[in-house]
Ligand binder design. Sequence first.
Ligand code: UDP
Length: 316
Amino acid sequence: MPPQRILVTGAAGFLGSHLCDALLAEGNDVVGVDNFATGNNANLAHLHGEPRFQFEERDICQPFDVGRVDGVFNFASPASPIDYMRLGVETLLVGSAGTLNTLELAKRYSAAYLHASTSECYGDPEVHPQVETYWGNVNPIGPRSVYDEAKRFSEAAVAAYQRYHGVNTHLVRIFNTYGPRLQANDGRVISNLMMQALRGEPLTIYGNGLQTRSFCYVSDLIEGIVRLSKSEEHDPVNIGNPDEWTILECAREVQALIGSECEIVFKPLPQDDPTRRRPDISKAKALLAWSPKVSLREGLAKSLGYFRSCVAAEQA
Ligand code: UDP
């Protein structure tokens, strides 16, 4: 495919910044947009001086136009539970007005469009592993609803722009992902456990630690997303690593990696915390010839230098 001009919203975020890198590496021009609600300038620092990268600080909840683009990747949203609960109304707005504004842009320029959706669309799932055809079990008014329902609204909006306006849309349902540039203090399980182990603090486990998650290393996720963006598929596609871990097992992996005998402390389980989560990735495998390659052990090891630098920065 010849080089394109591509808009990435949420460009200063964990996934947005890795996506910018992947798109630039393919030879494209990238316009990154972020309002720094949860994004971090440091995630883009290595792109300063890159002539094919242009950055605009803006809030996508206001209509905007960055000029002609061939593709739009909509990755703007608070994403960790503590961030979206702190920024509840902002999360609802970016997942509604923000998504509609980016869809309008894609329609105007006949650009391809990919939206970052989420396994949270499945809520606390009654179907396991989660297949794309499952409609989910979401509490519409609970503490996670600002994120879950915003993402579900976004899916409806994306489907509507495909159906009514013929926009070439793609929906990726992203499962738990980790790696360098994950916010060190975003309260997520991998960042918490890594930072706690490196600081020599007790590891916090919420509830009994028997709830499960399936963790995907960031490079695997980005590869799946880039492949999906080039496909003809408009319906949602799960991208994640189906290797399922209890949170306690995950803590043991972190302990083994860091070689610490950190104490484990149990804390209350947050309301509506999903009891299990694992993607069925049959669709992505068949459609995109994609499957994740990096195991949790390898991925944690690849992330160690990053988390070490975060701890060093705290202590500086
Ligand atoms: N969790 C935990 N200890 C922590 C942070 C999270 O036990 O320090 C649990 C949390 O209750 C959930 C799982 O780990 O069951 C994953 O939480 P995270 O916030 O990473 O993302 P989620 O998948 O819930 O969006």
